[in-house]
Ligand binder design. Structure first.
Ligand SMILES: C[S@@+](CC[C@H](N)C(=O)[O-])C[C@H]1O[C@@H](n2cnc3c(N)ncnc32)[C@H](O)[C@@H]1O
Length: 374
């Protein structure tokens, strides 16, 4: 660019405008990242991380079997979410699930569209009573209450998620419409026929068996009403004899607190076996997203610091972040064990990304099912 045709005064003015624009563009993501990091480390007081060794032992195949993990599912899942919840919120936001991004959609818009699509399948009226099975910190429940006008009760096994989620509901002014409670979805603490709709987003994969959780959902749902879910499953492309596929499965289970993953057909059959009428079952990951992004793109590395969560997966940050956390452990800014949790979660992230890119795994096996009238 030939600057000689500009006067000193013009260069100063244009230069100042350029710097101001750059500051405005950069300031917002930087402020968001700084606020999340502050919240992660200081404001919430990062949880006790001592459970990491117990959790890792449960996934050590030389010490524990799949049957052990199924028997001890409640301890394992609760320990996992004690360890992982703050990391999830820091790196992902208040909704703990994947979504494909359609052309022109950003991460947040895709997240909300994915949730409200599922809610739409329940055919709810304003004021309806809805159950969110495995609700996390209630991100989807708040969005769905907002979208449908329904009252949403969320259930999670993890006490920290209940207190954090109800705190967020109060902060966002929806405490009247969304309430999180603690409980085990294998024994739902609700009377028979008490909900107008039930949904579950990437949660019932933590169950030791699908029949148990689906039969509980059937029990609490009113006759004629609908259950809709996105399930984590192995697909037809999964080859049980391939060591590579086995490793992907293992990394997902270990990095995501799952006892054992199963094939899509097993989940659909379990719904039928407990008495649901299955209205639809398909892989929503295969829905058209031409010009957009697959669900696993946020897990692929990027050097762009404004592309969270992808920036965390670039090789430098991937290696550096557990070291930084270890240094913070040594000066007691974060609890001992935090870096091991980060390594465990990274394994889950890589497993999911490879599961998605090879097509052997889907986190959105969509099933919509009705409870028969009698
Ligand atoms: C991946 S998170 C998904 C959370 C939420 N659906 C979302 O999309 O933000 C899985 C959730 O299932 C819950 N969960 C797992 N096993 C459970 C059980 N046996 N009973 C109740 N909640 C359970 C976890 O505590 C966690 O909240």
């Amino acid at each position: 660019m030939d600057l000689s045709k500009f006067s000193q005064e013009e260069i100063k003015v244009y230069g100042s405008v350029a710097v101001a624009v750059a500051c405005v563009v950069v300031a917002k993501p930087l402020c968001v990242a700084a606020h999340r990091t502050y919240d992660f480390i200081f404001a919430k007081g990062l949880h006790n991380q001592t459970e990491i060794d117990t959790y890792n032992d449960l996934h050590n195949d030389s010490k524990k079997s799949v049957e052990d993990r199924e028997k001890e599912y409640a301890t394992m899942v609760n320990a996992y979410y004690d360890l992982a919840t703050e990391f999830y919120e820091w790196g992902w936001g208040q909704s703990f699930h994947f979504s494909t991004q359609k052309k022109g959609e950003n991460f947040k818009a895709a997240t909300i569209r994915h949730e409200t699509y599922l809610a739409g399948r329940l055919g709810l009226c304003a004021g309806a009573k809805v159950l969110d099975v495995g609700c996390g910190v209630g991100g989807p429940a708040r969005n769905i209450a907002h979208f449908t006008g329904a009252h949403v009760t969320g259930i999670t096994i993890n006490n920290y998620q209940v207190s954090r989620g109800n705190q967020l509901c109060a902060r966002q002014g929806v405490a009247e419409d969304v309430k999180l409670v603690q409980g085990d979805f294998m024994e739902l603490p609700f009377p028979d026929n008490s909900f107008d709709g039930v949904y579950a987003i990437e949660a019932t994969c933590h169950a030791p068996n699908r029949e148990g959780v689906y039969s509980e959902i059937l029990r609490v749902l009113k006759p004629g009403q609908v259950f809709a879910t996105y399930e984590w499953c192995l697909t037809d492309d999964y080859d049980a004899s391939s060591p590579y596929h086995q490793q992907i499965k293992k990394d997902i289970e270990e990095g995501d607190g799952l006892p054992d993953m199963c094939h899509t057909s097993k989940c659909t059959q379990a719904l039928r076996d407990v008495g649901f009428e299955v209205l639809e079952a398909r892989d929503a990951a295969l829905d058209d997203y031409t010009g957009g992004e697959p669900w696993y793109r946020p897990l692929t590395p990027s050097w762009n610091p404004f592309l969270m969560p992808r920036f965390q997966f670039n090789p430098v940050i991937f290696k550096l972040s557990p070291m930084i956390l270890y240094a913070l452990e040594c000066i007691r800014v974060v609890p001992a064990g935090t870096h091991k949790t980060q390594i465990m979660l990274q394994k889950g992230g890589v497993g999911c990304e490879l599961g998605g890119s090879t097509g052997v795994f889907t986190p959105m096996w969509l099933m919509v099912a009705r409870k028969p009238l009698k």
